[in-house]
Design a protein around this ligand. Structure first.
Ligand SMILES: Nc1nc2c(ncn2[C@@H]2O[C@H](COP(=O)(O)OP(=O)(O)O)[C@@H](O)[C@H]2O)c(=O)[nH]1
Ligand SMILES: [Mg+2]
Length: 355
């Protein structure tokens, strides 16, 4: 069983060495542990530092595409490099490398396809009260949308098995953490969480320069993702609220009209009509959103199958550069040396025949 630990990086030369120093090279139940970084257009010496510290694989994106795109490119490369289990961690040494065995245990034991490290955010000192509260609210919304019970939905410390990684198709540009949980809840992916430790803060967050930006960006992401995955609930609820609101001015007008004073309350009639119109538009959006959602599920299934075919054909990962082995030599375990599933099957057939 091969484990690849992937680290998305944007200008991380300062903290990458300590992050890598804490990563395990041996994990119970795993035969090979390899490291991969996704360099998302860094302008510092991230790649050189990674190579000097023994990173086995580099995915080097030409310009900055954002964390979610980098994460997806990393998953894709890990699959093509033959990973059975993929762990994602941060380059700022936020997470405790020694907890990786804990994180992959449910996958090795066959209980889970995706495991999320729970930072127990209540206990993190440098999180402000507002960040903690938003974290709780956001996690609650994601749990509702995903029908899972993940406590810490924005944790970047996670493990995926091959099946989970094959099914993930993140389209958000900014965050992958919330979307992958919602997808997992809707697909054939069993999710578990384990408590994990975090290290003291090494630097300010790159993703959220301030608490306000954390609140704003996460709220927008949560709303967009929820509307993408539950369009019927979002837009139909809005339609019902507007329709009910329209009844109030209509009733007012009707009462006055019955009493013979209809002409004096035309404003109520117009206002009611505007609200009713808005309700109809929301209803239409609910139907269109629902159709698009069905379409999305079909696209995602096709995408998953294309990926399986790619793996079968041995298509190499894109933007890939082999890294260094722990001894500092050029890697020999590149994309092509891992047996592809078809080679593997041919091997098995040969063994079968020779018995
Ligand atoms: N690929 C990619 N990674 C990024 C980008 N911005 C931040 N990262 C990486 O994402 C991880 C999390 O970033 P961090 O600043 O620690 O965010 P926080 O943990 O949410 O506060 C780190 O490993 C960063 O190097 C980006 O634009 N692209
Ligand atoms: Mg971090």
């Amino acid at each position: 069983m091969k484990l690849i630990i992937q680290i998305p990086c944007l200008n991380e030369e300062a903290t990458l060495p300590e992050t890598l120093a804490d990563l395990p090279r041996e994990v119970d139940g795993i035969t090979d542990v390899e490291w991969l970084i996704i360099d998302d257009g860094s302008t510092d010496a991230t790649v050189e530092v990674a190579l000097a510290n023994g990173v086995d694989h580099i995915v080097r994106l030409t310009n900055n595409r954002g964390l979610a795109a980098g994460f997806q490119a990393g998953l894709d490369a890990c699959l093509k490099l033959g990973a059975d289990v993929i762990v994602n961690t941060d380059a700022d040494n936020q997470y405790y490398g020694a907890d990786i065995p804990k994180l992959v245990e449910p996958i090795i034991a066959g209980r889970a396809d995706m495991v999320i490290g729970d930072r127990q955010t209540d206990t993190i000192e440098h999180f402000s009260p507002i960040k903690k509260r938003l974290q709780k609210l956001g996690s609650w919304v994601v749990r509702q949308a995903s029908e899972t019970d993940v406590p810490d939905t924005t944790s970047g410390f996670r493990a995926y098995n091959r099946e989970a990684a094959l099914q993930m198709a993140v389209v958000s540009r900014f965050t992958y953490t919330l979307e992958t949980i919602i997808q997992a809840g809707k697909l054939l992916v069993a999710v578990e969480d384990v408590p994990i430790r975090t290290n003291p803060k090494t630097r300010e967050s790159r993703l959220f320069p301030s608490t306000w930006s954390y609140v704003r960006r996460n709220s927008i992401s949560i709303f967009r993702i929820y509307a993408q995955y539950e369009p019927m609930r979002v837009f139909f609820s809005a339609a019902v609220v507007l329709a009910v609101a329209a009844v109030i001015p209509f009733t007012l007008f009707f009462i006055n009209w019955v009493q013979g004073d209809g002409a004096g309350h035309v404003q109520s009639l117009i206002f009611g009509a505007v609200l009713f119109n808005a309700a109809v538009v929301m209803g239409a959006l609910a139907v269109i959103g629902d159709l698009m959602h069905a379409q999305r599920i079909m696209s995602q299934r096709i995408f998953e199958r294309v990926r399986r075919v790619e793996l079968e054909l041995g298509v190499p990962p894109s933007h890939y550069e082999p890294g260094a082995t722990p001894t500092g030599q050029a890697a020999t375990t590149g994309a092509h040396s891992a047996p592809s599933p078809s080679e593997h099957r041919a091997q098995l057939q040969q063994e079968e025949a020779s018995r």
